[in-house]
Design a protein around this ligand. Structure first.
Ligand code: GRF
Length: 198
């Protein structure tokens, strides 16, 4: 199965997925990486690995619809069958959903439906939550609203701040996302919970 990964930043989830595929812990192949900005670490990682990349910047298009159509074309150019949003900090539009809907997954650093949107770990701390985690879900037109596939859970420590909590959540993401992608591309149920005690 051909997988396109959409990124905006650091790319640690892209790296985790690539390593899992390299170690045969996850089936499929990353056939392309699409970013909404040039120069991000995720693109550098892809280039180093020899994974084809493309950049589709919103500011290069007259409006959101044209950007959305170009993004769909960029994904299609890789012949992708599955699309993984791994730290892609934009909402995909109707054209991408029309062409790839039901085959797009996102990883979010909170136990959805709580704390969608930006700064989810900080939102969890500010709300006084005692557990946090990550969610892999199918993407729909909303912000972090699509059907939940799998979640990882961990406790919030009394001395956690946004940085420390997000770092531990990311370690969990790096296990959960490849496990879910493996299930999806091999046609198994991706529904799972990953419980982690630290
Ligand atoms: C992750 O925490 C993910 O949940 C969120 O953005 C972050 C991306 O991190 N959507 P990275 O770029 O994969 O390191």
């Amino acid at each position: 199965m051909r997988i396109a990964v959409l990124v905006s930043g650091r790319g640690s989830n892209l790296r985790a997925l690539a390593e899992a595929i390299g170690d045969h812990r996850c089936a499929g192949a990353i056939v392309g990486v699409v970013a909404d900005r040039p120069g991000c670490d995720a693109l550098a990682f892809a280039a180093k690995r020899g994974i084809p990349t493309s950049v589709v910047r919103p500011q290069d298009f007259d409006d959101r619809e044209r950007w959305d159509a170009a993004l769909a074309d960029a994904i299609a150019a890789f012949d992708a069958e599955w699309v993984v949003l791994a730290g892609f900090l934009r909402i995909v539009g109707p054209e991408v959903l029309a062409r790839f809907g039901g085959r797009i997954v996102n990883v979010h650093p909170a136990l959805l439906p709580s704390f969608p949107g930006l700064h989810a770990p900080r939102q969890a701390i500010d709300a006084g939550a005692t557990v946090a985690g990550c969610t892999v879900h199918l993407v729909d037109a909303g912000v972090d609203t699509g059907p939940i596939l799998a979640q990882g859970v961990l406790p919030i420590r009394s001395d956690d701040d946004e940085t420390t909590l997000h770092a531990r959540i990311q370690r969990l993401e790096h296990r959960l996302l490849p496990a879910v992608v493996d299930a999806l591309v091999t046609g198994r149920s991706p529904r799972m919970a990953l419980l982690m005690g630290d």
